[in-house]
Design a protein around this ligand. Sequence first.
Ligand SMILES: C[S@@+](CC[C@H](N)C(=O)[O-])C[C@H]1O[C@@H](n2cnc3c(N)ncnc32)[C@H](O)[C@@H]1O
Length: 339
Amino acid sequence: MSKTDHETLAEAIIARGCPQLQRLRELRATGWKDPKLDCDFAVQRTVADNADTELSFYWFNRMKAIMQEIDLWTHCVSLRPLDFLDLGCCPGGFSSYILATNRNARGVGVSLPVEDGGHEYTLEHAHRPRFDIYFADVTSYQLGPTNVHHQRLYYLPSQISSTLFGLVILDGHQLRTQISKYKVPWDIDRLLVSQMIIALQVVRPGGNVVIKLTHPERITTAKILYMFDILSERLFTHKPRTMHQNRGSFYAIARGVGKGVRAAWQPRMLQALQELWLEITFGGIEGKGRFVEGADFDFAITTEDLHQKYLDRLISLGLGVWSVQARSLESWFRKKRIL
Ligand SMILES: C[S@@+](CC[C@H](N)C(=O)[O-])C[C@H]1O[C@@H](n2cnc3c(N)ncnc32)[C@H](O)[C@@H]1O
């Protein structure tokens, strides 16, 4: 992906008047080249890549707290009878929060099998009768515009494809530890696009989608935000305080999907995502797929229009994310005596 597109967007945001992003970029530039952080990063990677049951429980409780934060902010967990879908659901904290909050909720989850490097399933046994889990790789479902004959692909379980869900959570996160004979560097993009396709296929009209994204100032993220913004009644962003404050990740929460100003575009967006999935899975120069590029999301909004029509809204969506990350980096760097 062209670095220039990202740079240009970030610079345009700053030029528009966003000192929070400017500060964050300065901090990143200072921190990332300081060798004192290398050791911290190495430790974090080793701990994350070798998660044992104790760490899974720790993450599970943290995830519950994050879903609570998101719900308190957006009221995305309805208290009426609710069917929800949780992609990348293990260890199960989000689902646990939903099932505990709404006694009439029933959920379906998909998560990478532990033997393929996925996280353990630690949902409380008391909740399990209301939750069905499929251990599968979300990127291996048939998600193109038409079916592709390939041994790696299988059909989305009918329990998922034939249900309309009031809440769909997309928290599948590419793992360094994943074991797959089909592994490619752009699986990170394939995972995100796969989850969005499933969400747009099965979210009930007026339902909610929670999606984990990174860096609102990235061109692809900005276009994805735009897409959910026009398809939904309301779009929120939330940078959790419970965990990963110093990272670029955040959640976008779309309420009332299919009821937005451009709701009629939803089938067209879905079709475009399915075509993109095909390209990044079987296209590219060698027919083995490729990374996504900013222009791949032009079906939602072109880069030019993004700059001309969406900058102020993007800033309002990104502000909290940039501020929280910048504050967290600042205090980390002070502790390390980098600042
Ligand atoms: C950040 S964790 C999600 C935590 C979860 N929301 C919770 O509340 O406990 C990301 C999850 O995505 C799963 N994952 C990663 N790649 C996947 C894939 N290709 N298909 C399905 N799940 C995947 C991981 O195994 C992990 O359980």
